[in-house]
Design a protein around this ligand. Structure first.
Ligand SMILES: [Zn+2]
Length: 245
């Protein structure tokens, strides 16, 4: 069995309210959330998500302040882990919200995987979701367009011991990534689990297109993995470097 390692890279910080993470719970409590991407290393180098394009772009489309220090630039964060963008052979996108797929262009040698259902919805979401997707209906070109995608229709083994599994709910075509490591199977959850409390208190993420699917997907993640790395919980950086196992 191949044992992979996972390094969580910090690529930005956003001020939020807790209700964003935990549905109808601690609604107005102010919190700071990181925007992590995950580097998986083994026989090859794989990235899960590519973060938001830039502070300026986020403000332009979302009117939302997000902070990125020089060390949080995607290329710098990768360099700190000893990796150049050209070395990334596979990029798995959990979903197409703007803060997960904005820097695909940095990876010239990667194959990109996303669920067909996610791309379909991202291109024509409801008006409520349009800005989170940087949707064409806003009169803009989403940052992920121009990426040559390999579209998945369900679960897929993308390398020996690295598997994409469908975890809808946060978005219709959301997927998470199961990774075999020396200490068991990790799930890089993406926003299917935004915050450890989603699992601990059994509360769906605050942002979702189906609350029921969220709960089913969290149950699936717990069933199929030994450890979970949430999409926006600062606790994933409690250890430095944030390397798992
Ligand atoms: Zn999201």
């Amino acid at each position: 069995m191949i044992h992979w390692t996972i390094t969580m890279l910090d690529t930005g910080t956003q001020s939020q309210v807790k209700g964003f993470m935990t549905y109808l719970t601690d609604m107005d409590q102010p919190i700071q959330i990181p925007v992590p991407i995950a580097l998986i290393e083994g026989p090859r180098k794989i990235l899960v998500d590519t973060s938001f394009l830039s502070v300026e772009r986020t403000w332009e489309v979302r009117r939302r302040k997000i902070v990125r220090t020089p060390a949080q630039e995607v290329v710098a964060a990768l360099a700190a882990a000893g990796v150049r963008p050209e070395e990334i052979g596979i990029v798995i996108l959990t979903h197409l919200h703007y803060d997960h797929c904005g820097n695909n262009r940095l990876f010239p040698n990667a194959r990109f995987f996303v669920q067909r259902e996610e791309l379909r919805y991202a291109l024509a979401p409801t008006s409520f979701d349009a800005s989170a997707y940087f949707a064409p209906s806003l009169g803009i070109i989403p940052d992920y367009l121009g990426t040559k995608f390999e579209l998945l229709d369900g679960d897929a083994e993308l390398a020996d011991g690295v598997r994409a599994i469908t975890t809808p709910g946060h978005t219709p075509g959301h997927q998470s990534v199961l990774v075999d490591t020396a200490t068991g199977r990790y799930c890089i959850a993406g926003d299917a689990v935004m915050w450890y409390e989603n699992l601990e208190r059994q509360i769906p993420p605050g942002i979702h297109t189906s609350m029921i699917d969220c709960m089913m997907s969290m149950a699936r993640i717990v069933r199929e993995s030994n450890h979970v790395l949430p999409g926006h919980d600062p606790k994933v950086f409690a250890r430095q470097p944030a390397r798992y196992p």
